[in-house]
Every structure is written in structure tokens, then in C-alpha cells.
Design a protein around this ligand. Structure first.
Ligand SMILES: N[C@@H](CCC(=O)N[C@@H](CS)C(=O)NCC(=O)O)C(=O)O
Length: 208
């Protein structure tokens, strides 16, 4: 592989990995995929930690540079490949705002999912996270009313990130049909090239 090749390290159950997988799919960016066996502790291996000192997925390696943190990766890919970043300077700015909001408020969906699915969380903790998630869904739903996408006329990395998080709401015992503008937007997203549910985007094993 030459130094322009792109290598993506992730895990199909990892929501941040799924964000990167969806971005690569929607932007049509060729890449090799490396499944990192989190359950076996592969993220703690020195070879992996040399790529990401936080010992987490996702990671991409592009142009001989290793980059971690899913939202940083999305922003990097949008810039490098000129896709899904927003059509103007103003849009790019607003897209970054929504991306940060997603990692802060909408992420309560992922936190609730983690407590339910992996951590056997106490009911009071789960409920608090679900309430935070519902508040965030209300904010996004109100924003999407009368809009096609979160910012502008086409999908951006803000849509990619929010779509991926919301696609895991079932695991957080949250019924998205309660938010009508979000469900319309989800269908619009699914009609975009390369967009699919995380389970259809993410491979369960490494792929060249
Ligand atoms: N803020 C990071 C979060 C990454 C993260 O939490 N990765 C988890 C999987 S979802 C991980 O690799 N965990 C491994 C571990 O904790 O040992 C991002 O957005 O990329």
C-alpha cells in the first residue's frame, strides 16, 4: 500500500467506530478495515497503542498519520476528501457545532446503551441518561422540522454522527418513533448513497 492508503481500525459494536464506517461508506472512500477484538483486549496491545495512546477504537491511518477520536476523524476525512463537510465556511462552522453537541448531549443515547447492554447499570443511572437522551432528541427534532438535513441541502458529518448514534437508540430502550421529524430525516438519510444501518455498514471481521 502506498502512503495515501487508508486503514480503519474499529469494532462493529462501537458507536464511534460505526460513525467512521458510515462516513467512509457515504463518502465512498476506499480503505482496508481492521477488526480490533476489544473483548480479547487487542486495544491494549503495544502495537495498537502505538496508533492510539488512549487504547480505543476507532483509529484511522492515512498518509502515514494515525488519528483517533471519531469526530476528529470525521472532520479530517471531510477536509481531506472534500466530502460531507458542508458547502460554505458558514455551513462548515455550524456542522462543527452540531458535531460537538452530538458528542455532548446526543451521546446520552450511547451512554444509556452502554449501561444497559454492557454494564448492567443501576435503573436510576439508566433513567437519568435516558432522560438526557430524550431532551437531546427533542432539540434535534425541533431543529429538523422543515429542514432536509441538519445543516444545508445535503448530508454532512453532523448527519453522519447523529444518524449513527440514533441508530443505536433501541439498545438504549428509546423508541425513536416518538420524534416525527427525526424519523422523516432518518428515512431521507437511508436514501442517500452508501447510507445504511450500522449493522450493514460495519464488517465483523478484517477486510482488505
Ligand atoms: N471519544 C472516543 C470514544 C472511543 C471509545 O469509547 N471507544 C471504545 C469502544 S466504543 C473503546 O475502544 N473501548 C476500549 C476500552 O475501553 O478498553 C471517540 O469518539 O472515538
Amino acid at each position: 500500500m502506498n502512503d495515501k492508503s487508508l486503514n480503519f481500525y474499529g469494532h462493529f459494536l462501537s458507536v464511534p467506530s460505526c460513525k467512521v464506517g458510515l462516513m467512509l461508506s457515504m463518502a465512498g472512500i476506499p480503505h482496508a478495515y481492521h477488526h480490533v477484538d476489544l473483548m480479547a483486549g487487542a486495544q491494549k496491545e503495544p502495537a495498537f497503542q502505538a496508533l492510539n495512546h488512549f487504547a480505543q477504537v476507532p483509529v484511522i491511518v492515512h498518509a502515514e498519520k494515525a488519528i483517533c477520536q471519531s469526530d476528529v476523524i470525521l472532520a479530517y476525512l471531510a477536509e481531506q476528501f472534500g466530502k460531507l463537510g458542508g458547502g460554505s465556511e458558514e455551513e462548515r462552522l455550524r456542522v462543527r457545532e452540531w458535531l460537538c453537541w452530538q458528542a455532548d448531549r446526543l451521546w446520552n443515547i450511547t451512554r444509556a446503551r452502554g449501561q444497559i447492554k454492557f454494564q448492567n447499570g443501576a435503573p436510576a443511572v439508566v433513567e437519568q441518561l435516558q432522560n438526557g437522551a430524550r431532551d437531546a432528541l427533542g432539540v434535534l427534532d425541533a431543529h429538523l422540522e422543515g429542514r432536509k438535513f441538519i445543516i444545508g441541502e445535503g448530508p454532512t458529518i453532523a448527519d453522519v454522527a447523529c444518524f449513527t448514534v440514533i441508530a443505536h437508540a433501541d439498545d438504549a430502550d428509546i423508541d425513536i418513533s416518538d420524534w416525527s421529524a427525526i424519523t422523516v430525516w432518518q428515512a431521507r438519510m437511508l436514501a442517500q448513497g452508501g447510507c445504511a444501518a450500522p449493522g450493514d455498514v460495519m464488517a465483523k471481521e478484517s477486510r482488505a
